[in-house]
Design a protein around this ligand. Structure first.
Ligand SMILES: [Zn+2]
Length: 374
């Protein structure tokens, strides 16, 4: 596939409105989001759709996309920490992915410079496993509200398991962000799924009026049909990290989001079998060579729990968290708490999750949790 430049398209509405920025192919072996975006721009180009604000779509790892590989030196979706980003800007000899980060950062900041309203950012992926598309998001209330637009399973908390994810970086910079896994890399259906997600994201962000064009209803239909037997809300509880030395092999047959029961064989490595310790969900099982996440482990989240945590956050009871023994506010970062897990071992991370805090660092007995904006 020919992808000549980073900007896949920019459509500007007549009037002011929100900005939706989409990054597609942050992994170079995942071009489906770019194909999906081209269809949407082609449709917008034919006219008849009233657009407010701006839609921008950028290629993520442009050089890797041109080569058809996931990345050259390192994963571009693990490099978005503030201090690293600052460092990379000053690098005299950036490696291929540092160069991509620099250029993509410039492209996104450029688009933000044009913004005439609220800014939303989507990150489009596909996976090595087949299965049902799903949406990922960092658990802030505005992001929760945003992902409700998609008739797909939504998975929260993935960014807590891995450092330097693109979407969480932009959440911290004030955007409402979401990610989407559109299906298997080479499945033409993944392009249809991501196209549908893009239309619905435009509707939810307010670039097009609700129900104003047949593409919106059609998109909802495409996704609703695929949802299957999966719960609507899920959260990631752990990550099975791997290195090449582990000789990790996922058991065949898992979908990109799939049920597993206690005791079920999930994978094998040099130490033998890896079995499920409880009933739960396998998320993004690895069926390709490159990558250091074997799979993520998750569970269903009930509507009641979601509602409770939303109420708790609105009441700002989180001030009380600071009063708990072993919990102190981080003086340098008012949105963070430092938890001495030796003293505070009685409150599981779950208590902090309910208030919208996510783990950012674990350093011996010192756990740092942070509340994302919103
Ligand atoms: Zn990806």
């Amino acid at each position: 596939m020919k992808i000549e430049k980073r900007e896949i398209g920019h459509a500007q509405g007549d009037g002011p409105g929100p900005t939706l920025i989409v990054v597609a192919g942050v992994h170079g072996n995942e071009p489906a989001g770019i194909l999906a975006a081209r269809r949407v721009f082609a449709r917008l180009g034919r006219g008849g759709i009233d657009l407010a604000g701006d839609l921008w779509v950028f290629a993520g790892n442009l050089a890797a996309l041109q080569m058809g590989v996931r990345y050259q030196k390192k994963d571009l979706n693990r490099l978005w920490q503030e201090d690293r980003v600052t460092e990379v800007k000053a690098l005299a000899k950036p490696d291929p992915e540092d160069r991509e980060l620099k250029e993509l950062l410039g492209a996104i900041e450029g688009a933000m410079g044009y913004a005439r309203g609220k800014i939303f950012l989507g990150d489009f992926h596909t996976s090595s496993a087949h299965g049902i598309p799903f949406v990922l998001f960092g658990d802030t209330l505005p992001q929760r509200r945003f992902v409700e637009a998609f008739p797909l399973p939504v998975v929260m908390g993935l960014e807590e398991q891995v450092d330097g994810v693109l979407s969480s970086y932009w959440t911290r910079r004030g955007c409402v962000t979401f990610g989407c896994e559109g299906g298997q890399h080479d499945d033409p259906g993944s392009v249809d799924n991501l196209e549908a997600v893009l239309w619905l994201a435009m509707e939810q962000a307010g670039l097009v009026e609700k129900g104003s064009t047949p593409e919106l209803g059609r998109s909802r239909g495409v996704l609703e049909e695929k949802r299957g037997d999966l719960p609507p809300w899920l959260e990631v509880v752990s990550r099975h990290a791997i290195t090449a030395k582990d000789e990790f092999r996922m058991e065949p047959g898992f979908r990109c989001l799939d049920h597993a029961v206690k005791g079920q064989l999930l994978a094998r490595d040099r130490n033998g079998e890896i079995r499920a310790k409880s009933d739960g969900m396998v998320i993004l099982p690895l069926y390709q060579g490159l990558g250091d996440d074997g799979f993520f482990w998750g569970r269903k989240v009930s509507r009641a729990r979601l509602a409770t945590s939303s109420v708790l956050r609105h009441m700002h009871l989180d001030k009380l968290l600071a009063a708990l023994p072993g919990v102190t506010r981080d003086v340098g970062h008012p949105s963070r708490f430092i938890v001495d897990t030796h003293v505070a071992s009685v409150y599981p991370l779950d208590v902090f999750h309910m208030f919208g805090y996510r783990k950012v660092r674990e350093d011996g007995e010192r756990l740092t949790v942070e509340r994302q904006p919103g």
